[in-house]
Ligand binder design. Structure first.
Ligand SMILES: [Zn+2]
Length: 133
């Protein structure tokens, strides 16, 4: 079985392979041969590097600030809704269960937010060849 792509010899320009979040200082390092550039979900805005976790947290805080919650429970709900919105805006093609997992919430909660935003359901996963002969 040979399934390994042989693309390592193409271009070995040393792009930055180690990224450090400006806020939480978490570091992401790319292994040689596994691409270059900023890690998926990270941003660089005005020189500030933000990891995905910090971006999610910031999205939650923005939701709480905008919602002006009156109870702790409503604050938690608003924060979660904002984080789910952030994830749906990032990529709405992911399934509700994937988004629920990254947001640490339930599928119905994701579905509710998706419907509120008027986003179509995620496309059904491609049926892989079932015959394994
Ligand atoms: Zn961070």
């Amino acid at each position: 079985m040979k399934t390994k792509p042989a693309e390592r010899t193409q271009d070995s320009t040393p792009d930055p392979i180690t990224w450090t979040c400006s806020k939480c200082k978490v570091r992401a390092t790319r292994m040689p041969g596994f691409g270059t550039g900023q890690p998926p979900g990270w941003t660089v805005e005005e020189g500030v590097v933000s990891c995905l976790l910090c971006r999610r947290a910031a999205a939650g805080e923005r939701g709480v600030e905008a919602g002006e919650p009156t109870t702790g429970e409503s604050m938690v709900r608003m924060r979660m809704a904002s984080v789910i919105e952030f994830e749906l805006e990032r990529n709405a093609d992911r399934s509700n269960s994937v988004i629920a997992k990254v947001c640490h919430t339930s599928v119905p909660t994701v579905l509710k937010t998706r419907n509120r935003l008027g986003l179509a359901a995620a496309p059904a996963p491609q049926a892989r060849s079932r015959s394994k002969s």
